[in-house]
Ligand binder design. Structure first.
Ligand SMILES: Cc1cc2nc3c(=O)[nH]c(=O)nc-3n(C[C@H](O)[C@H](O)[C@H](O)COP(=O)(O)OP(=O)(O)OC[C@H]3O[C@@H](n4cnc5c(N)ncnc54)[C@H](O)[C@@H]3O)c2cc1C
Length: 386
């Protein structure tokens, strides 16, 4: 098998001016779309049918100098500003191209390792993550711990060699069937208060004792999995950050996940709003109820766009953006299917979107949980009884 190119191979020199850089990126993406090397945009979760294309796209963009734009040069990045990365995401959205192999790797694991990792961990993972050699999954949710993550029961017991013995089960782990590594939350102290007994690990998915079972969704696809751990011996350097400090690491990861819409999200939202408006035009709507619903969705979309433009990537924008974006998408797909009449019930792209979108209300923290966060942490309302 041919060696995949790594970011180290890239000799690209990018303009320090983000707006000049934008022109370079746009030209690169236009070429990649034209020659078919670009992977189409797929959102927060990598669909299995895009796996190979997304891997080779990540390798291509890393080799061309577009991987790890704001990551440190010593770890295979380009040491550019976050404004450069924002330009990258915006132009990918404009060209309807996936900005990376998967969110769980480049954004969640990558940023967590940059924030908290040792030099060895950065050396080991960052370069290979951005070249697409390592695909990551996120191993947080469990059958008894989703919204209430601090209730997780998977245990990682410290061993005399400094390693940890892992037992337990995760569920809804997107892309786990393809992943080389997973970011994992596990309990290392059964006696400590719930949030303080949790540690964060970088789990090698090839270790003995790990069993991955894909789950079939109502779309018919298998995007996420159950993952079982039986006496998995994790080495000492699997630990990210200090023992018992995993809750803080994980909360920063969840902020990255919910805040992933950013300025690029405004562009894809605009594209969706255009599609929504043309849906009304194409259907030559004479149904007053559907027209009213369509107008409400466009108005909500415009409010979200204004919110994102006003708050940018401020941390308190993330729950509102996540909530509104996924609610609007679900309602849009429901309305579009209803407007398509019997076609909306058949096996079409429209049916696929209708069946897919409810999951987005749940992934990354459900809508109810986002409302709680907005109420309690952003607006300072009294906490719900717990
Ligand atoms: C498409 C998809 C992909 C996913 N990918 C991953 C992944 O890669 N890795 C991973 O770790 N997890 C993943 N998840 C799991 C996801 O994070 C959880 O499903 C989510 O956090 C909800 O947890 P739960 O399913 O246990 O539901 P529960 O927490 O049991 O909630 C059940 C219902 O009760 C509501 N509820 C719970 N608590 C409250 C409260 N305090 N106030 C009001 N309402 C409440 C919830 O909103 C929900 O409607 C994915 C989920 C989906 C749908």
């Amino acid at each position: 098998m041919a060696q995949q190119p790594t970011a180290q191979d890239s000799t690209a020199q990018h303009s320090p001016d983000p707006e000049v850089f934008r022109t370079e990126v746009a030209a690169f993406l236009s070429r990649a779309v034209a020659d078919g090397s670009a992977c189409p945009a797929f959102g927060a979760i990598l669909p299995p049918e895009f796996h190979d294309q997304a891997r080779s796209w990540q390798a291509t963009l890393a080799a061309a100098g577009y991987g790890g734009l704001h990551w440190p040069v010593e770890h295979g990045g380009h040491g550019l500003s976050r404004a450069h990365s924002a330009v990258w995401y915006e132009e990918c959205a404009r060209h309807r191209v996936a900005p990376y192999l998967n969110l769980q790797g480049i954004v969640l694991a990558g940023e967590a390792i940059m924030r908290t990792g040792t030099d060895d961990q950065k050396q080991r993972f960052l370069r290979k993550t951005q070249s697409g050699e390592i695909l990551w999954c996120q191993l947080f949710s469990e059958p008894g711990a989703g919204s209430d993550l601090a209730g997780l029961g998977s245990s990682a017991v410290a061993q005399s060699d400094g390693g940890f013995l892992l037992n337990g089960q995760k569920v809804w782990s997107s892309n786990a069937q393809f992943a080389e590594f997973g970011i994992l939350m596990a309990r290392t102290d059964q006696e400590a208060p719930r949030h303080q007994g949790i540690s964060f690990f970088l789990l090698d998915m090839t270790l003995p004792g790990i069993e991955v079972r894909p789950i079939k969704q109502m779309t018919g696809d298998q995007e996420f999995c159950e993952v079982f751990f039986t006496d998995v011996a994790m080495p000492p350097d699997a630990l990210l950050g200090a023992t018992g400090q995993g809750w803080k690491v994980a909360m920063d990861v969840l902020l990255d996940e919910r805040g992933a819409f950013g300025s690029a999200g405004v562009i894809s939202l605009e594209q969706e709003l255009d599609a929504l408006a043309s849906l009304g035009r194409d259907a030559q709507l004479n149904d007053a109820v559907a027209t009213d619903e369509l107008a409400q969705l466009v108005a909500q979309g415009q409010s979200l766009k204004a919110l994102l433009q006003r708050l940018g990537s401020a941390p308190h924008a993330a729950p509102a953006a996540k909530l509104m974006r996924t609610e609007i998408a679900t309602e849009t797909n429901r309305l579009a299917a209803a407007m398509s009449g019997p076609d909306g019930m058949l096996n079409s792209d429209q049916t696929e979107r209708l069946l897919y979108s409810p999951g987005m209300r749940i992934a990354g923290g459900s809508s109810e949980i986002q409302r709680n966060i907005i109420g309690e942490r952003v607006l300072g309302l009294p906490r719900e009884p717990r």
